[in-house]
Structure formats: structure tokens, C-alpha cells
Unconditional design. Structure first.
Length: 241
């Protein structure tokens, strides 16, 4: 399947335009919109979110990952392989955490260019047609790509102690894997302090807490409410324990 990971949002033409390009080559290939509200203009926060979601992506999938505030600039377009999954996207740190956690990681620069290449929409004009070729069974080097070492960000921590994402319910996902935290850890973020619970029904309605979410991250939530509004938790809010 082809999996989309973007900060484009659901509204507007962008997701549809990319899918139309893919369908021209692979009309029957499953195209799954995994997430369209990744942290906007924020490859660093998105890198931790992508790495957390990656274990659920089937091997041999092709992931079109676009969080690309530098589109049209000097950043390179990449194909990377991480543990049997191919990812396409900008060389801006989006794949940094994948690279650290993968057992197998390789990267190629996309040197092929289409006849039409918008300065501001490489998702449609460059990454989508390349994703279709890879999903059709071609290898990166068969598609105009050359091996390369991606730009690395050694100063980024293995786990990011901040809020990286708000879901539909207002729950605040952090960049911390729950497994690195003590069971009795108290997380402090925004205006609140949060103790660990197993799930929502373990605390009274209206109570804030943190728990290990289904992607393995420490998530701050409120039973029956929105942590984002209750505790002034914005994407980028620092989390301490």
C-alpha cells in the first residue's frame, strides 16, 4: 500500500491532487491517509510522531511523508528504507528518529525530475509519482535515485520532552516513549501536573492524567475532556517529570 503522512490538513486540494497522480500509475493500489495533521511546518516534532507510528506500517509499504517548510529550497528529496518500508520525503530531519530506531536503514537522493515541477508542491509533482513507481515494484536506483547519507541531527534527543501532536479529542501526545518513564512519574506540562493511569475509565470524569497510548508514547489526556484546553498545552510545550 501507499501511506500518506502529511501536514496538509483534510480540507483543500492537496491530498486529492497527490492521490490523483498516484492513481494515474496505480489505479488499484490502496492509498491510506495515515495522518494529514502532522505538526505544521515542524519536521522535528513530526519525526518523533512518524517514528512512533512506523511500527504499525506493513513491510513493503511505501510512505509518502511530507512536512516540508523548505520546499523549493536547497534541501534534498529522499527515499529511505527503514526495516523493509520505503519512505519518501525531504531531507530536513523528518527521518532522523526512524534512522536511529531502525535495524536496517538506507537512503537515496531523488535526482529524477518531472517535466512539471512546482516550486511549492513537490508532494504532488515529485514525491507522488516516485511513490507510485516504487509501489509498482521498482527499486530506488531504477527510479533515478543515488545512494546518499542523509543530513543527521545528532543534537536531537532520542525522546523529545515536549508535546508533539494534538489528536481530535484534544489529547496531547508527547515525544516521550512511555517505556522510558517510571510507573509513578508525574508529568508537568502547561499549567498542570499529571499522574499515570492505565486508561480513561481509571480516573474520575474531568481528571487529567497521562498514559501509554496505542503508539507507545506518553499521552496527556482528560477523561471526558480536552487536555489541550484544560491545561494550555500547545504543540511545543515542554514536558518535565
Amino acid at each position: 500500500m501507499i501511506v500518506l503522512f502529511t501536514d496538509f490538513g483534510i480540507q483543500g486540494p492537496y491530498l486529492g491532487q497527490m492521490e490523483m497522480v498516484i492513481r494515474q500509475t496505480l489505479p488499484a493500489e490502496p492509498v491510506v491517509n495515515l495522518i494529514a495533521d502532522a505538526p505544521r511546518f515542524d519536521p522535528k516534532a513530526s519525526a518523533y510522531l512518524l517514528a512512533a507510528l512506523a511500527p504499525g506500517i506493513p513491510r513493503q509499504s511505501v510512505v509518502l511523508a511530507v512536512v516540508d517548510p523548505g520546499v523549493g529550497g536547497e534541501r534534498r528529496p529522499l527515499v529511505v528504507e527503514a526495516d523493509g518500508v520505503l519512505y519518501l520525503g525531504p531531507d530536513n530531519g523528518l527521518f532522523e528518529i526512524l534512522a536511529r530506531r531502525a535495524r536496517i536503514f538506507r537512503a537515496w537522493e531523488i535526482v529524477w525530475r518531472p517535466d512539471r515541477l512546482s516550486a511549492s508542491f513537490h508532494g504532488r509533482d515529485l514525491f507522488a509519482p516516485m511513490a507510485a513507481r516504487l509501489a509498482a515494484g521498482l527499486g530506488p536506483e531504477d527510479c533515478g535515485c543515488r545512494p546518499v547519507e542523509p543530513l543527521r541531527h545528532a543534537d536531537w534527543p532520542d525522546d523529545l520532552a515536549s508535546v508533539i501532536y494534538h489528536d481530535h479529542y484534544g489529547n496531547a501526545w508527547t515525544g516521550l516513549r512511555a517505556g522510558i518513564l517510571a510507573g509513578d512519574a508525574v508529568l508537568r506540562a502547561g499549567e498542570g501536573e499529571f499522574r499515570r493511569a492505565r486508561t480513561f475509565s481509571d480516573v474520575p470524569p474531568g481528571t487529567g492524567f497521562w498514559y501509554e497510548n496505542s503508539s507507545g508514547l506518553a499521552e496527556i489526556a482528560v477523561n471526558g475532556g480536552a487536555a489541550s484546553s484544560l491545561s494550555a498545552l500547545a504543540v511545543g510545550s515542554i514536558v518535565t517529570n
